[in-house]
Design a protein around this ligand. Structure first.
Ligand code: NAD
Ligand code: DAO
Ligand code: ZN
Ligand code: ZN
Length: 370
C-alpha cells in the first residue's frame, strides 16, 4: 500500500512529508493505522544527529496510538479494529529479560530494532523509487500507517481518545513509571525533579500519586513553573537565581537532601547535581534523560560510599503490554491527567513547526493528529 509519512532524509534537516510504500505485515507482524502521535525530545535528539544509533533515511516517531488494520500469519493477541499503543520497549513474555522481574528491557527483537528493521532483517517502508526507509525505535509513528511486531503493541480500551493516550506511549509512562516502578517512592518522601518538560511533569504527577510530601522542581526556564505547580510541585528552584552552591541550597531546602531525585534533562552536569542533592545514607537518584553521544557522568565515589544510589530507567521500567492498558484506565478514571500537557495539536504537514516550538520551549507536548 501507499501511505503518507514525515521522512527524516538526513540528520539536521527538516523532515519531508511524502507518499511512501508500505509492505503488508509478515508473520508475527501487524499493520496499524496511526491516529495520533506525540513529538518527544528523543525524536528531536535523533533528527539532530546527536543519537549514536540514528540512521537515515528513517521514519521517526515513537509516541503513537492507532487501530489495527491487518494482522500477519500467527498473530493471536490482536484482531482487526483493536485499538493499540506502539511500544518501543516490547514485551515478548518469553525471553530471559521478560522472565526476570528486575527488568522491563525485553531483548527478543533488540538488535534488529536498533538497526531500524523488522525482526526478519528487512524494512517494510520504501520510497516510491524503491529505496528502503528505516523504521525507528520499532514504531515509526510519523507515518499514517506502520507495521510493528505483535509483541510491540499494547491493546487498549476503545473509548480512550487517541490524541491524549498517544502520550502514554512514552512521556506519561516514562515519568510516572520512574517514580512507581524504578524508585518505588514511599508515602511522605521528599523528592527533587530536574527538568520540568514533558517527562519531568509526569515524574511530578507520579510523585503526587505516590504521596510524596515535598516535590521540588528545578528548571532554568521559569515558563515551566505554572504547569509544574498544577501537577503537584511544592517548591521551585531556578539554578540561575541561586547564589552559591546549588547542591547546598537543595539539601537545605529538603532538610538533608531528596529521598529521591530525578534527572529529566539529559544534561550530565545536572545528573551529578541530582545525585549529590540526594540524601546521605539512603538517597536514590534516577537518570531518565538521554545524554548526547559520548557524554559521561562523574561524581566523587565518596558520594556512593556514603549511601547514595545512582539508577537509570527506560520507559519508566514499564512492561508495555501489561502496564500500558492499566495507565490508559488510570487516565480514563481520572487518576492521572494528560489533557493540560497537550499544548498543541498539529497536522502532519506542520510537524517541523512542532519541533521548532519544542526548541523555543513554547510547548510541553505537541500532538500530530492524522
Ligand atoms: P523537554 O525538552 O520537554 O524538557 C527538558 C527540560 O529540562 C526543559 O524544561 C528545560 O528547560 C530543562 N533544562 C534544561 N537544562 C537544564 C538545566 N541545566 N537545569 C535544569 N533544567 C534544565 O524534554 P522531555 O521530553 O521532558 O525529555 C527529557 C529527557 O528525557 C530527554 O533527554 C529525553 O531524551 C529523555 N527521555 C528518556 C526516556 C527514557 O525512557 N529514559 C524516555 C523519554 C525521554
Ligand atoms: O534494551 O538495550 C536495550 C535498549 C532499550 C532502549 C530503551 C530506550 C529508552 C531510552 C530512550 C528514550 C525513549 C524515548
Ligand atoms: Zn522479552
Ligand atoms: Zn519519547
Amino acid at each position: 500500500m501507499r501511505t503518507t509519512a514525515a521522512v527524516a532524509l538526513e540528520a539536521g534537516k527538516p523532515m519531508e512529508i511524502m507518499e511512501v510504500n508500505l509492505d503488508g505485515p509478515k508473520k508475527g507482524e501487524v499493520l496499524v493505522e496511526i491516529k495520533a502521535t506525540g513529538l518527544c525530545h528523543t525524536d528531536d535528539f535523533t533528527l539532530s544527529g546527536a543519537d549514536p544509533e540514528g540512521a537515515f533515511p528513517a521514519i521517526l516517531g515513537h509516541e503513537g496510538a492507532g487501530v489495527v488494520v491487518e494482522v500477519g500469519e500467527g498473530v493471536t493477541s490482536l484482531d482487526v479494529g483493536d485499538h493499540v499503543i506502539p511500544l518501543y520497549t516490547p514485551e515478548c513474555r518469553e525471553c530471559e529479560y521478560c522472565l526476570n522481574p528486575k527488568t522491563n528491557l525485553c531483548q527478543s527483537i533488540r538488535s534488529t530494532q536498533g538497526q531500524g528493521v523488522m525482526p526478519d532483517g528487512t524494512s517494510r517502508f520504501s520510497m516510491l523509487d524503491g529505496t528502503p526507509i528505516l523504521h525507528y525505535m520499532g514504531c515509526s509513528t510519523f507515518s499514517n500507517h506502520t507495521v510493528l511486531p505483535e509483541i510491540a503493541l499494547a491493546k487498549v480500551r476503545k473509548d480512550a481518545p487517541f490524541d491524549k493516550i498517544c502520550y502514554i506511549g512514552c512521556g506519561v509512562t516514562t515519568g510516572i513509571g520512574a517514580v512507581i516502578n524504578t524508585a518505588k517512592v514511599e508515602l511522605g518522601s521528599r523528592a527533587i525533579v530536574f527538568g520540568l518538560g514533558g517527562i519531568g511533569l509526569n515524574v511530578i504527577q507520579g510523585l503526587r500519586m505516590a504521596g510524596a510530601s515535598q516535590i521540588v522542581g528545578v528548571d532554568i526556564d521559569p515558563q515551566k513553573v505554572e504547569m509544574a505547580k498544577r501537577f503537584g510541585m511544592t517548591d521551585f528552584v531556578n539554578p540561575n537565581e541561586v547564589k552559591g552552591d546549588l547542591v547546598g541550597h537543595l539539601v537545605e531546602l529538603t532538610g538533608g537532601g531528596g529521598d529521591y531525585t530525578f534527572d529529566a534533562t539529559g544534561n550530565v552536569g545536572v545528573m551529578r547535581t541530582a545525585l549529590e542533592a540526594s540524601h546521605k545514607g539512603w538517597g536514590e537518584s534516577v537518570i531518565i534523560g538521554v545524554a548526547p553521544a559520548g557524554a559521561e557522568i562523574a561524581t566523587r565515589p565518596f558520594q556512593l560510599v556514603t549511601g547514595r544510589t545512582w539508577k537509570g530507567t527506560a520507559f519508566g521500567g514499564a512492561r508495555g503490554r501489561t502496564d500500558v492498558p492499566k495507565i490508559v484506565d488510570w487516565y480514563m478514571d481520572g487518576k492521572i491527567e494528560i489533557d493540560p500537557m497537550i499544548t498543541h495539536i498539529l497536522k502532519l504537514e506542520e510537524i517541523n513547526k512542532g519541533f521548532d516550538m519544542m526548541h523555543a520551549g513554547e510547548s510541553i507536548r505537541s500532538v500530530v493528529v492524522y
